[in-house]
Design a protein around this ligand. Structure first.
Ligand code: AMP
Length: 209
């Protein structure tokens, strides 16, 4: 099964992606995670990430194209953070068509602007990939990762409220048109992102075979 996760920043895409790939033994392709690794080597990417701007389509399309070349995708994959605009979605369709691979479901995890601001202010992450919220999902020990014991940090692009606002505005302008795009294909499943982590996962699981 191959799926896409859509939703505004802070909707819980990363958290649910981890739950999904673990439970259903799928591959997790997060362009955000891939770019956060690449930013150490590329000053331009670093700047775009820091200010919440999208990196150029060609960069992410090439990353995904290269990843989809590998044979292991037969196992099934989950795209998290890609596509992020219509051009990326169209390019993805072409890539998949040439490989005779299909997307089976597109999950939209939806939350509103107020909730985005609240959740992102409380988000803390660990280098190991674990993610917390100091109010809703706090670690057992303040500031320390439950999984590996490392110090938790705030993502650079979560720190400034103005950057979070920009990311939300970019989502509205560039990514939201994908809802209509995938709705037309009959693949879209709308998930209430305001529910807690377990309840959101339960809603998604019902659609994964
Ligand atoms: P995320 O972890 O999905 O919130 O992504 C973090 C940042 O990575 C975004 O704010 C963008 O700067 C960049 N990014 C991730 N995915 C994409 C994409 N598909 N297209 C362009 N930029 C992206």
């Amino acid at each position: 099964m191959n799926c896409i996760l859509l939703g505004p920043p802070g909707a819980g895409k990363g958290t649910q992606a981890k739950n999904i790939v673990k439970s259903f033994n799928m591959l997790h392709f997060s362009t955000g995670d891939m770019l956060r690794k690449a930013k150490k080597f590329d000053e331009i990417i670093n700047k775009l990430l820091l200010t919440g701007q999208l990196v150029p389509d060609k960069v992410v399309i090439d990353i995904i194209k290269r990843r989809l070349e590998r044979d292991d995708i037969k196992k099934g994959f989950l795209l998290d953070g890609f596509p992020r605009n219509l051009r990326q979605a169209e390019q993805l369709d072409l890539m998949l068509k040439s490989k005779n691979v299909r997307i089976n479901k597109v999950f939209l995890i939806d939350i509103g602007f107020e909730e985005v601001i609240n959740r992102i202010a409380g988000r803390r992450v660990c280098e190991c990939g674990a993610s917390y919220n100091i109010i809703a999902v706090p670690p057992k020990k303040n500031g320390i990762c439950d999984c590996c014991g490392a110090n938790l940090v705030q993502r650079n692009d979560d720190r400034e409220e103005s950057v979070v606002r920009d990311r939300f505005a970019i989502y509205k302008r560039q990514t939201e048109p994908l809802i209509e795009y995938y709705n037309k294909t009959g693949l879209l499943v709308e998930i209430d992102g305001l529910k807690d982590e377990k309840a959101v996962f339960k809603q998604i699981s019902m659609y994964i075979l």
